[in-house]
Design a binder for this molecule. Sequence first.
Ligand code: BTN
Length: 233
Amino acid sequence: MSDRVQPPRVLGTPRIHFSRTDSTNERARELAARGAPHGTLVTAGEQTAGRGRQGRTWTAPPASAILCSLVIREPPRLLPLAAGVAVAEVVGPEARVKWPNDVLVDGRKLAGILVEGRPQQRWAVLGIGLNVAVREHDFPPELRDRAGTMGLGPEAVEPTLERLLERLELWLREPQSAVLEALRTRDALAGRHVRWGGGEGEAAGIDGEGRLVVMTDAGRAALEAGEVHLVGA
Ligand code: BTN
């Protein structure tokens, strides 16, 4: 047992739950813009217009996934990366993080994270979708070889959310160096050939600013944001 005194948990209070809504990120953004406190949590049993990164959609059958968004005030600079580490911990030791924050097991994506913010107003919404109890055959055919699930029952969704809030609380307080160290131990891209909008090369780790380092024919590149694709995966 730790003898360190933990500050009380603030993530998850207040909580607004919708059995069905368009997007928890949309609901949380509205609440944030109206002054909702840090830690406000929006959850949904089902989303009709769940948003993913790069303009994609995010879908999950009802009551089978964590679909949540948190209002984060004064967000840490590495919020998207820290969230990836927290989600990976909840999934288990086998989970890897594909920079910046896709959580994978055996190359299949179980969780996605979408951070949307208003930097001028110093808030962000941290949206997380985690396939806790989605069944393999529920994935649309085009995703079946790329999407993953924790493979638990629907009764595990709520306890898994509790654990996620606990891990997020911890990782959002950790210094940048600790977040990066944890991320490096789960780096799904290290040594792999990757391609992105601006080129391709071999992923060579994550630097001290949280950027993905790639060795290309033209030299060393450090990607700030965006998405990379594994080549030959
Ligand atoms: C990704 O494309 O990897 C990010 C997916 C993020 C999905 C979650 S589900 C809960 C929250 N509400 C949304 O509309 N999107 C995020």
